[in-house]
Design a binder for this molecule. Structure first.
Ligand code: KIV
Length: 293
């Protein structure tokens, strides 16, 4: 649980930094990352000892109900980052740069990444894209902001690239992904998310680059894994990706609780005696309980 800095379990719960990501890869310790979009789940994830929390632009889909991540804005994500920051004290906090917040120019990317750090109180940013975004990743990281790369299926440009498809299914596309990963490594990223890449290609990338790879739908040989919290919890009933594992079914649990509450209100069995507030006897005596309001 949590980052292990010197070979033993991290019982002291030290603050995780980008340097720890690199150390964890060297020591063969798998990195645990999860998304969070609010204060209570940030407290829980941080408390159980995940290494990193990503405020993903998936927020737009799983919380705001958009069909894709495209409409999400920086203005929508910043208060979410602030809430997650208030809940977490140990995990490395990463803000996901939304569509068009980093593509326009390097200067614009640095300014927006800076807002994640200064206003959102994140410690790093994630940028989608391979070699075509290496200059942006370099500019942001040269400005002193740690950057996590993201290649393979990049949801912000999925439409352009032919939809939500597994990447690296043949040698040419595998080689292209390896080149993307190397370009990002050269640009100075501290890690790379590999999304929906065949296990074979993800394994080669993981062995090729010195920075840790964080897989989502990219098999068993990445240096770490990330999942969307709502997929883990069974709280996004619209769609469950093949690669996600549902560890619980919160949608049913919540549905059951709300159904029971509704039924008790209708039957008059809630509230009960223990849920009500009473006047002092002396004060009640002065109130004519038969008085009509
Ligand atoms: O937005 C997000 O949650 C992500 C992860 C799926 C890596 O980008």
């Amino acid at each position: 649980m949590g980052v292990k800095l010197s070979g033993g379990p991290n019982t002291e719960r030290k603050k995780v930094t980008v340097a720890d990501f690199s150390r964890m890869k060297t020591h063969g310790q798998r990195i645990v990352m999860v998304t969070s979009y609010d204060y209570p789940t940030s407290i829980i994830a941080d408390d159980v000892g995940v290494d990193s929390i990503l405020v993903g632009d998936s927020y737009g889909m799983v919380v705001l109900g958009y069909d894709t991540t495209i409409p999400v804005t920086l203005e929508e994500l910043l208060p979410v980052c602030q809430a997650v920051k208030r809940g977490a004290s140990h995990s490395l906090l990463i803000g996901d740069m939304p569509f068009l917040s980093f593509q326009i120019s390097e200067e614009n990317a640095i300014r927006n990444a800076g807002r994640f750090i200064k206003e959102g109180r994140m410690e790093a940013v994630k940028i989608e894209g391979g070699r075509e975004m290496a200059n942006v990743a370099k500019a942001v990281s040269n400005a002193g902001i740690p950057v996590l790369g993201h290649i393979g299926l990049t949801p912000q440009t999925a439409t352009l690239r032919g939809g939500y498809r597994v990447q690296g299914k043949n040698a040419d596309s595998g080689k292209s992904l390896i080149e993307d990963a190397k370009s990002l490594e050269d640009a100075g990223v501290f890690g790379i998310v590999l999304e929906m890449i065949t296990e074979e290609v993800a394994r080669v990338i993981t062995r090729t680059v010195s920075v840790p790879t964080i897989g989502i739908g990219s098999g068993r040989y990445c240096d770490g894994q990330v999942l969307v919290l709502h997929d883990i919890l069974g709280l996004y009933p619209k769609f469950v990706p093949k690669f996600a594992k549902r560890y619980t079914d919160l949608a049913s649990t919540i549905g059951g609780a709300v159904r029971e509450y509704a039924s008790e209100v209708r039957q008059g069995t809630f509230p009960e005696e223990k849920h009500v507030f009473k006047m002092d006897d002396a004060k009640r005596d002065k109130l004519d309980l038969r008085q009509k309001s």
